[in-house]
Design a protein around this ligand. Sequence first.
Ligand code: ADP
Ligand code: ASP
Ligand code: MG
Length: 401
Amino acid sequence: MSLIVQKFGGSSVRDAQRVLNVARRVATVFDQGNKVVVVVSAQGDTTDDLIAKAMEINPKANKREMDVLLSSGEQISIALLAMALESMGYPAKSLTGWQAGFVTDSTHGNSRIRRVETERIENELDKGNIVIVAGFQGLNRYDDITTLGRGGSDTSAVAIAAACRADLCQIYTDVDGVYTADPRLVSGTRKLSEITYDEMLELASLGAQVLHNRSVEMAKKYNVPLEVLSSLEEKPGTVIKEVAKVEKMLIKGVAKDDEVTRISIIGVQDIPGIAFQIFSALAAKKVNVDIILQSVGRNETKDITFTVADSQREDALAVVEGLKGTLRAKGISCEGVTKVSVVGAGMESNYGVAAKMFEALSEASINIQMIATSEIKISVLIDREDGLRAMRVVHEAFFAT
Ligand code: ADP
Ligand code: ASP
Ligand code: MG
């Protein structure tokens, strides 16, 4: 008997038909003699709708109250799925995140899972129940409800799989696997049969929303066998694992992130300690800085540019505005930009990947503002209006047959 964790996203439980479809898929795996834990997200656009409701009343709502509100979406889904299974004659028990033992830190709206206390889940499985758990939610040590950040139900599923030592964690969604780019935005994409945890982590962190990046981080850490597949069609998906088949692919995929803010501090003194002052002040306010670029000093001044997620724009600007006087900066500029990245372990041992990417952008007359590289990725920052076109031409350059 195997223990299988299955996660179904919002579009997979969108309406009654889809909930019944999920129930049938779960029942099939249960009938094959497996223990099954199912993690579900809120139905369709429920989370967005709940955010809109809050904005109508208080656009600056307290994050604790936002978590109380947003966690309600997943609670609807677990009850409906349990009812669907019950109607088909299957024993099912729904559990909220806190009943299922999710203990998180206290960062409301973007909590990290500290541990999953699995006794309740295991008791229900031992009683022969299909266990249905609300994704995306937990409790902090003050017994307050927390949520794991948008897309966080993937991480709830992997956390249960790791804590219960499941044999497999399956993420069912509205595409049938991980593609070389978002198949809804780019034509000619190819499905990957396998991808390594490291490559998937980069793709997810760089904007491929098919998996929550923390779910991949956790799957790698605890060696959870992970699979992405369609909730509507029965066919093989994409397997994410430590070592993937060697394919003749220089890169595995192209990702795009439109939620990037670029902040420049212009004309600061060209003396030691300036970067330290800026970035330690940002760190103290928990601002996560991504790409950093410092210009060569000229006339005893230099410019420092960095990027943050749009969600941290206000916090980052407050820090640099506060430092402007001390740094004797001549100005501060701030702009929303797009980051387009190529990812693949194959590029480590191959020359020319960067050149090929830059050539595609140059031929499309797309200007590159900043570049960042690591062993397995190259990212460029460009104007937001060029984002989609850039993703398409870069994908075409690497994957056109
Ligand atoms: P769910 O509601 O099931 O969690 P998401 O909307 O979070 O689903 O993730 C699935 C979506 O991810 C797909 O519909 C697709 O548009 C998008 N996506 C982005 N990048 C990729 C990629 N490289 N491969 C497959 N899907 C991708
Ligand atoms: N319902 C949450 C969201 O929309 C969590 C998830 O879907 O994974 O972000
Ligand atoms: Mg998702």
